[in-house]
Design a protein around this ligand. Structure first.
Ligand code: TUI
Length: 318
């Protein structure tokens, strides 16, 4: 069964599930698999060289005729060039992270590209709606990678109340119960990152998938507050060193120590000195399975939970 919302209509997709555009993780293979299964697959640009991202976009186009997107990490030093390339190639949608995409909004819109900025706060979301965002992805601090301060549970309903455009809930959602909860809060879609890291089609090192599957409830930690860009990662030796530098308020040294560590983790599988960016929901992921199966399972459970809640007789006090 499909859950149609304004988001699925906006993007031309079957299921209201957007795959997180994770840097060094969300390649064309994963994005295409998610899109083929009826969600919105998203290629994570991160700091990728422009021509490599172009290859990824073209590869995804070869793999699927369905809509897919690109996530642009706005702190990338060559972000202007990445934006120009994405506009040139044309994709269905862009999601943006780690900043305000206002400067690029008209370039995307003129090309018919839907813009879904990730916002960790209501004030930023309001500004983005006013300048033409098509939907807002509200990301709670349960998410992996760079995060804001609010939880998904409190951010989502506030965004729904403040905005007229569709809200997508992100952070901590890894099963159908999470989708049902997000919908209860008024969201019209969800973004799922961590669970898709364990998709068969995800090309990260297998040891990282195994580490996510092993993760328990308190295995993630947020480091890098002193840099102004806190990130949630699975605890390891690198996270311990960065936490110590945080305590000593030495942000410049964190930037140096952190450089290249996401690739070291995702490509080389270095679980001690690599940055294992993953959300709290890592504890809820228990196997590697095809992206299509993840989507089917999540949707079936969401529909089952929503049906059960609707059928639950409420007890009157009178
Ligand atoms: O962007 C993410 N997650 C990420 S980005 C990343 S790579 C990285 N590189 C260097 C430093 C930090 C991270 C790993 N994971 N998620 C979306 C997201 N966006 N989370 C928080 C934000 C955000 C924060 C501030 C969005 C907008 C924002 O606005 C500030 C402003 O300019 O108003």
């Amino acid at each position: 069964m499909a859950l149609r919302t304004r988001l699925t209509d906006l993007l031309g997709i079957e299921h209201p599930i957007i795959q997180g555009g994770m840097a060094w993780t969300a390649t064309a293979e994963l994005a295409a698999a998610v899109s083929k299964a009826g969600g919105l697959g998203v290629i994570g640009a991160g700091h990728m060289p422009t021509e490599l991202l172009r290859d990824q976009v073209r590869r995804a186009k070869e793999l699927t005729d369905r809509p897919f997107g690109v996530n642009l990490m706005l702190l990338a030093p060559h972000i202007d060039e990445l934006v120009d390339m994405v506009v040139e190639e044309g994709v269905s949608a862009v999601t943006t992270g780690a900043g305000n995409p206002g400067k690029y909004m008209s370039s995307f819109k003129d090309r018919g590209i839907k813009v879904l900025p990730i916002a960790p706060s209501v004030a930023l979301a309001r500004r983005l709606e006013a300048i033409g965002a098509d939907a807002i992805i509200g990301e709670g601090m349960e998410a992996g990678g760079h995060i804001g301060e609010l939880t998904t549970m409190v951010l989502t309903p506030q965004l729904v109340d403040a905005l007229n455009i569709p809200v997508v809930a992100a952070g901590g959602i890894a099963d159908g119960r999470g989708i049902a909860a997000a919908f209860a809060l008024g969201a019209e879609g969800v973004q799922v990152g961590t669970r898709f890291m364990c998709a068969t089609e995800c090309t990260i090192h297998p040891d990282v998938k195994e580490r996510i599957i092993k993760a328990r409830d308190r295995d993630t930690v947020v480091t890098g507050y002193s840099t102004g860009h806190p990130v949630r990662v699975i605890k390891n030796k690198l996270a311990k060193s960065i936490a110590e530098l945080d305590r000593q308020n030495r942000p410049e040294e964190i930037e140096v120590l952190g450089t290249g560590k996401l690739a070291l983790c995702m490509r080389e599988g270095d679980l001690e000195m690599g940055s294992i960016m993953a959300g709290q929901s890592a504890a809820m992921v228990d196997c590697v399975q095809p992206a299509a199966e993840i989507i089917e399972e999540m949707m079936a459970e969401a529909v089952e939970v929503m049906g059960r809640l609707a059928a639950t007789p409420t007890r009157s006090t009178e």
